[in-house]
Design a protein around this ligand. Structure first.
Ligand SMILES: [Zn+2]
Length: 244
């Protein structure tokens, strides 16, 4: 009996989350009319870090990238195709009303933070969990933790993944990474995708609202002191980005 008793809250949670996912998929589409919980112009600075755009060549045979510090041209220097802040792979895999905002933040001292914000449209499939995307890119998630930083009116709760290169056969092994992410709705934040789906379902069901949700992800190189620097950056990023 004991294992059953212990697993009962888990079972209830699984049933609720499953129900939420079914509701999200089956409820009639409600226009995404609400306000997002994040600013849609990415902050030019986060503390001492300066933001740069990353531009992707839209030619699938080329895929060259440029950043603002490269003084990017209007078209790719290699192939002449148009450049855009959204990569061709993202554009093909996400619903067309998905909005994506990205910046690379640098302090000139070697520490880089890549920030991406994915904003859902009417379709919740805009948001892909990194547990689905990272393995497809040849990475393994060595460790996953849920952390809480006591900041401001409410703590910042987020997921922290320790990401490693999963392809030993590669000639050039990619560096270990830290990957932090959480979800932001209007006046709401959660590190849980299940909670986000539950709120999405109840908003549609009881309020006839489909407020957009933002998936906020931050990537940086792992190494000595990296986690503490990332936490400090996340606190400043949230203060600049999230409309609390
Ligand atoms: Zn190109």
């Amino acid at each position: 009996m004991a294992p059953f008793c212990h697993s009962r809250p888990l079972l209830i949670a699984v049933v609720i989350l499953g129900l939420a996912a079914v509701l999200v998929v089956t409820l009639p589409e409600v226009p995404a009319a609400g306000e997002p919980g994040v600013r849609t112009d990415m902050p030019a600075r986060i503390g001492r870090f300066r933001g740069e755009r990353i531009l992707y060549c839209q030619n699938l045979q080329c895929l060259r990238t440029y950043s603002d510090s490269d003084h990017p041209p209007t078209n790719c220097l290699s192939c002449g195709a148009a450049l855009d802040e959204v990569s061709p792979a993202e554009r093909m895999s996400l619903p067309p009303d998905t909005r994506i905002f990205k910046r690379r933040y640098t302090d000139g001292g070697g520490r880089l933070f890549y920030v991406s914000v994915v904003l859902t449209g009417a379709d919740q499939r805009s948001i892909h969990r990194p547990q689905q995307c990272l393995p497809a890119q040849g990475y393994v998630i060595a460790r996953s933790r849920r952390l809480s930083l006591p900041e401001g009116a409410r703590p910042l709760e987020f997921n922290l993944l320790e990401v490693r290169d999963g392809t030993a056969a590669r000639r050039e092994v990619r560096r270990p990474l830290l990957f932090a992410y959480w979800y932001v709705g209007l006046g709401r934040e959660t590190p849980s995708n299940g909670m986000r789906l539950l709120w999405t379902a109840t908003d549609r069901l009881f309020h006839r609202q489909a407020n957009p949700w933002a998936y906020v992800a931050v990537l940086t190189d792992d190494g000595p002191g990296a986690e503490e620097q990332l936490k400090a950056f996340l606190v400043e990023l949230r203060a600049a980005l999230v409309r609390l």
